[in-house]
Design a protein around this ligand. Structure first.
Ligand SMILES: Nc1ncnc2c1ncn2[C@@H]1O[C@H](COP(=O)(O)OP(=O)(O)O)[C@@H](O)[C@H]1O
Ligand SMILES: [Mg+2]
Length: 259
């Protein structure tokens, strides 16, 4: 059984004028335990909608999402979510922000402290635990937000463009840190990005959604070991193929798009 099973999921919103907006038409996707899968696609194609349905934040109009054999009916501690903006509590220190979920969950203090040490270390936040969010760079705030999610030990982590608000060099560093953590922990990750190079650099598999109403246009298995080089010819080739396929905007046929 795959870790995340997305079965024939569709979502139609109703806009302010009462007209239907068909965001996702029909998505079928299986994500294996420990797999790192990215979803890419044109802006407005329904990437965030899909992630929010998997997170239990929105209900689908049709279909079903199953995580670890349980249908998703709402948010759950098994599902960790990271958004573009870490949205830390400004009045709490980094340490208090990261510990927040564990305090709510009444995790014993000793366990909280040992997990905190681990994630401060993993996310390179040692020495900043007593700072407030306003005293940190955007990249550090995002690291603290990721630590706050991962420390809860979710079975799956969903990330919606988590690095798009940070500068290019920080983004590269955060990508490398995420790869390092994923290699170590082998937890299932569903990652949304509009940056094709980022998707190819990070993922075991990249899913391309078509323009709205979206369906899966194509998928690409990235068979390259980590750590990867950004200039690796194979990765550059796949990225340029994805970009070409996006500009074609076509929906796959049976013998199309296989790399
Ligand atoms: N709450 C909503 N009400 C109406 N339309 C929405 C709502 N949320 C998203 N949409 C529309 O659904 C489509 C997909 O949005 P979204 O999932 O945010 O796309 P993406 O993340 O790929 O940019 C867009 O056309 C967007 O305008
Ligand atoms: Mg989005």
């Amino acid at each position: 059984m795959p870790k995340i099973l997305i079965k024939n999921v569709a979502k139609t919103y109703v806009d302010g004028d009462g007209n239907p907006v068909e965001a996702i038409k029909n998505i079928d996707l299986e994500i294996e335990d420990g797999e790192f899968v990215s979803i890419v696609g044109p802006s407005g194609c329904g990437k965030s909608t899909l992630l929010e349905i998997v997170a239990g934040l929105h209900s689908q109009t049709f279909g079903e999402v199953i995580i670890g054999e349980k249908p998703v009916t709402g948010t759950s501690r098994d599902i960790g979510v990271v958004f573009q903006d870490a949205a830390l509590f400004p009045w709490k220190t980094v340490k208090k922000n990261i510990l927040y979920g564990m305090e709510v969950a009444k995790v014993p203090k000793a366990e909280q402290e040992s997990r905190l040490e681990k994630y401060l270390d993993l996310m390179n936040l040692k020495g900043f635990e007593d700072k407030y969010p306003s005293q940190l760079s955007g990249g550090m705030r995002q690291r603290a937000g990721i630590a706050r999610t991962l420390i809860m030990n979710p079975k799956v982590t969903l990330m919606d463009e988590p690095f798009s608000a940070v500068d290019h060099l920080t983004r590269c560093t955060l990508q490398e840190e995420l790869v390092r953590i994923h290699q170590k922990e082998k937890k299932t990750v569903l990652f949304i990005t509009h940056d094709i190079n980022e998707a190819v650099f990070l993922s075991d598999r990249v899913i391309l959604l078509s323009p709205r109403p979206s369906v899966i246009q194509s998928e690409y298995r990235i068979n390259a070991p980590h750590p990867r080089s950004r200039s690796d010819e194979y990765l550059v080739h796949i990225a340029s193929k994805i970009v070409a396929d996006i500009s074609r905007g076509a929906v796959k046929t049976d013998n199309d798009f296989v790399i």
